[in-house]
Ligand binder design. Structure first.
Ligand code: ZN
Length: 443
């Protein structure tokens, strides 16, 4: 196409190029138009509260398309009417999500939160935050009048808290070392919790045997899920890390979410008042606002990422899976319309005691986030179209090129040892992932 304005054209070759360019433009237009249609329809679905639509006719599920993975369509912006769960599988999923949604409520204890702050070196954290936010402010000003700093002061407080938590406070546990001789240990299964372990909230205890034959010592690793107990034990895997850290974010006054992922991971989201959006925070990885970390960094495929807060619930999968054709896996725990219903249900439960004004504000926030999440799908599809080559269009292929965004500096997992990471298949592009079902620790 670079010859199109040249003086001497080679007419024979030129005609084909123009035709292909035209076809590409047409295809692009069609995709955008479909997106726009979906957006408009889903907007009218959202306004259903003003005129109650009949809910009982049952949303027809689109028939499975053969050549495309089913997950691909489930993450698209297809408008759905929330539908209550009917089948056993959907009901199980509903119960599980309801129970998971309780996690952030356990942190809503002002007395315990105040108490928790005693372990945090607040002065150091506030000084660091002050300094960073001044640097960001100066950076913004140097870019011109009216430019906004990348992050606000409270964001910088959470960032400083994250660095302290990861570098000086919490410890990672794969196999706990032998307390008697400091040798490595070997996992030998689960044990029943002792009364004092149970009293502190551990329902499961992992058991490890010292690798030295003549030592024979056993180490217990109780999985505490009380954030306030974890302030004392200060160790664990992602579950303990995310739980304790999210609670501390709450303690320093941030609005916080606990994000559950069906592929055995959990992390945090905090609300940035400065940016007016929720921000991904994974304290195990010291990662701030890197939602593509798990897919493009670790090379994982994800099905569900659901965020729970004290005043809401949201399916945030689209924030974490941008390239759906490569990183989404089948969402088969319930029909999508049922998941919407479950989210609505949890939201209204959490908000039942709030004032009308407060509910209205939160609904506005949900709608803004929904627009944000739909925006990711639109830009991902636009990206797929832009990278199509003329040959792809003629041969009907849709995603042959590598995604340039994937080349951004995202790396494999850093928390946990190399063997554990490989066993979970989270090593990213640099390592050989080997899924070994016999060597998998839960999160
Ligand atoms: Zn030992």
């Amino acid at each position: 196409m670079e010859h199109s304005h040249g003086a001497q054209r080679a007419p024979a070759a030129h005609i084909d190029t123009d035709k292909l360019a035209q076809e590409m433009t047409e295809q692009f237009r069609q995709v955008l138009s479909t997106r726009r249609m979906n957006e408009l329809t889903s907007r009218s679905v959202q306004s259903r509260s003003s005129s109650p639509a009949p809910r009982d006719f049952g949303t027809p599920q689109p028939p499975p398309v053969q050549n495309a993975p089913p997950s691909y369509s489930s993450l698209r912006n297809i408008p759905l009417v929330p539908t209550p769960p009917q089948d056993a599988r959907s009901l199980r999923f509903r119960n599980m999500l309801h129970s998971l949604s309780n996690m952030p409520l356990r942190w809503e204890n002002p007395g315990l939160l105040d108490e928790a702050l005693r372990v945090v070196p607040l002065e150091q954290i506030y000084n660091e935050a002050e300094e960073e936010s001044q640097i960001l402010q100066a950076e913004a000003e140097s870019l011109g009048a009216g430019k906004k700093a990348a992050w606000g002061y409270q964001d910088c407080v959470v960032r400083a808290l994250m660095r302290w938590f990861k570098r000086s406070f919490f410890n990672w546990v794969n196999n706990p070392p032998c307390a008697r001789c400091y040798s490595p240990t070997i996992g030998v299964g689960m044990a029943a919790p002792l009364p004092d372990e149970q009293a502190r909230g551990a329902n499961q205890v992992e058991l490890y045997k010292c690798s030295l034959d003549h030592c024979g010592n056993y180490e217990r690793y109780p999985r505490y899920n009380d954030a306030f107990v974890l302030l004392q034990t200060r160790r664990g895997r992602c579950g303990e890390w995310a739980n304790c850290f999210s609670m501390l974010c709450r303690a320093i006054g941030s609005r916080v979410r606990w994000v559950w992922n069906a592929e055995d991971h959990v992390w945090t989201e905090v609300y940035s008042a400065h940016r007016k959006r929720w921000v991904h925070v994974d304290v195990c990885e010291e990662a701030w606002d890197k939602p593509r970390l798990y897919t493009e960094g670790w090379g994982k495929k994800l099905s569900y990422c659901i965020a729970f807060s004290a005043d809401g619930a949201m399916d945030v999968t689209r924030r974490y899976v941008r390239n759906t054709s490569r990183y989404a896996i089948e969402r088969n725990r319930a029909p999508e319309a049922v998941l919407l219903h479950i989210m609505d249900e949890i939201r209204s439960m959490r908000r039942s005691n709030l004032s009308k004004q407060e509910k209205f504000r939160l609904e506005g926030e949900d709608m803004r986030e929904d627009r944000e999440l739909r925006g990711y799908v639109i830009s991902s599809i636009a990206h797929e179209v832009v990278k199509l080559s003329p040959e792809d269009i003629l041969s009907g292929r849709t995603s042959s090129r590598s995604d340039p965004d994937a080349q951004k500096a995202l790396e494999g997992r850093t928390s946990g040892n190399a063997q554990w990471i490989r066993a979970r298949g989270e090593g990213g592009r640099g390592t050989q992932n080997q899924q070994d079902p016999n060597n998998q620790h839960p999160r």
